[in-house]
Ligand binder design. Structure first.
Ligand code: ZN
Length: 242
């Protein structure tokens, strides 16, 4: 009995390959977070440059931005035969910034934008190597002011094991940038969504107990997990009987 209870709260059986996965947040349908947050209207225009290989990874955090922000433009790069065209961004009226820490980048501060203007913030989404490639190859980005975030708390993103905790995932980098360009409240709200998503994924992967997930795990998800565990046990005993 005790075993069943602990299994229910701590799946620990690898990643779910469920076909019932939400296409937006990538969580299973019973864990989906898409309707739990209101879409926020912001002045800043965010353009994500996402490599097509990153696009449908469950650990891609950039996609999550579209769940909470009204103006996120996702441009896919790395498609064979489709060069990334950012020429339209050059005409943006207002400051044009790219989140790209480098020797010539400046700290992102509110005084980089005027009070009347809305900034365009381009964010390379993916690995550092991919970011370097896109910034060096896409001519339209040459005139953008390169900016970096001031150092802050370690990353809250715990889904990619090899990640350096001082390195932020795309989502939290944008949240912190908007903490500067928009409001600290927005940043906090965005970080809450990320925490929820990360904790639910960790539960799915057996790395966090249900009781340690903020707000708990919805009953339907626990029941689904119990059904799967029982199916798994039955398959195991069927195999053993041959
Ligand atoms: Zn969802």
């Amino acid at each position: 009995m005790k075993k069943m209870e602990s299994e229910q709260n701590f799946p620990g059986r690898g990643r779910s390959r469920s076909r019932n996965r939400c296409k937006q947040c990538a969580l299973s349908i019973h864990l989906c977070l898409c309707n739990q947050f209101e879409l926020r209207t912001i002045r800043t225009k965010i353009v994500l440059l996402t490599h097509q290989k990153e696009l449908w990874k469950t650990t891609n955090s950039g996609r999550l931005l579209q769940l909470i922000l009204n103006d996120v433009d996702l441009r896919v790069r790395g498609k064979r035969g489709h060069a990334l065209d950012l020429a339209d961004l050059v005409d943006h009226h207002g400051p044009k910034l790219i989140l790209y820490p480098s020797t010539d980048s400046v700290p992102l501060t509110p005084d980089l934008i005027g009070s009347e203007e809305s900034a365009l913030l381009v964010v390379p989404d993916g690995t550092w190597r991919q970011a370097r490639k896109v910034v060096s190859r896409v001519g339209a980005l040459a005139d953008f002011q390169r900016v970096h975030l001031k150092s802050g708390a370690p990353s809250r993103y715990r889904l990619r094991k090899s990640e350096d905790p001082s390195r932020l995932c795309t989502y939290e980098a944008v949240a912190r940038a908007l903490g500067v360009l928009e409001s600290v409240e927005l940043q906090r709200e965005m970080e809450s969504l990320l925490d929820l998503m990360v904790e639910r994924f960790l539960w799915t992967r057996g790395r966090l107990r249900a009781k340690d997930v903020q707000g708990g795990i919805p009953k339907a998800a626990l029941e689904e997990h119990r059904r799967k565990s029982m199916r798994g046990q039955k398959e195991e005993s069927d195999r053993a009987s041959f």
